[in-house]
Design a protein. Structure first.
Length: 249
């Protein structure tokens, strides 16, 4: 498993540098394709990441070397130290595109599973009448990622909201003290593929966006805030170098 290294990953994101090696490429359909790697967990070994647009709607896809969504975290029984598994599409979009304070970090779409807590208070994903017990089921988030030294050297985390601060948040922000949105879009799984369709208010902005595909693990910090949620491992990166080479077709 590969650590997010700020010295390389963030430089590549901000510069938008091109990538070129035999294991990673853009195919004729515009997808970022990556060679299979038997050393990686198959459900998180990315073979392709692709996004296509239909007016205001964009569908983000990821194809894996196993059954997407088959692996889920083992619970620890508490919010402190709780593990999270995720399929993530980092984008070049400004966070303000979906309602966050602008210019605050890397806007990423994520599908996550975490059995120890539920961060979608407006939705009852398992339809049992209780909207607070669905964290294990795969669900969607927008998050803003930033360099977070408190998560460890060379690490990223979900941007925290300092005590007393009131930055702009999306209408479906779940109330956690981090830059996270719980919009309720349902990830769809089909064998090796996960797909997630999201709407945008401004289709012209989306048409210029670029993206990548990442599979990763996160963990709630032991002290629960400052930082709250840290990236702990990166299983795979579609481009190989987090250069966001995918164009939304």
């Amino acid at each position: 498993m590969t650590r997010f290294l700020l010295s390389s990953a963030l430089t590549l994101i901000l510069a938008g540098s091109a990538f070129a090696d035999e294991d990673h490429a853009i195919n004729q359909a515009g997808a970022i394709v990556s060679a299979a790697d038997a050393s990686k967990l198959a459900a998180f070994d990315i073979l392709a990441a692709h996004a296509h647009r239909d007016g205001r709607l964009v569908t983000f896809h990821m194809t894996t070397n196993g059954v997407a969504g088959a692996e889920q975290p083992d619970p620890v029984g508490a919010l402190s130290g709780a593990p999270v598994l995720s399929y993530v599409w980092p984008t070049s979009l400004d966070p303000a595109t979906v309602g966050f304070e602008g210019g605050t970090g890397i806007l990423a779409l994520a599908a996550t599973s975490h059995p120890d807590f539920d961060d979608t208070p407006l939705f009852d994903e398992n339809n049992d009448g209780d909207p607070a017990n669905d964290g294990l089921l795969w669900h969607s988030h927008w998050v803003v990622l930033t360099p977070t030294e408190a998560c460890g050297e060379g690490a990223l985390g979900v941007r925290d909201i300092p005590e007393g601060a009131t930055p702009a948040m999306p209408a479906t922000w779940p109330g956690l003290p981090i830059f996270i949105d719980s919009p309720g879009y349902t990830p769809l799984f089909d064998g090796p593929e996960i797909a997630l369709t999201v709407p945008f208010a401004d289709s012209d902005v989306v048409a210029e966006a670029t993206y990548d595909g990442v599979t990763s693990a996160l963990r709630v910090n032991e002290n629960i805030h400052a930082p709250l949620l840290c990236v702990t491992d990166v299983f795979d990166i579609a481009s190989g170098d987090l250069s966001l080479p995918g164009a939304i077709n």
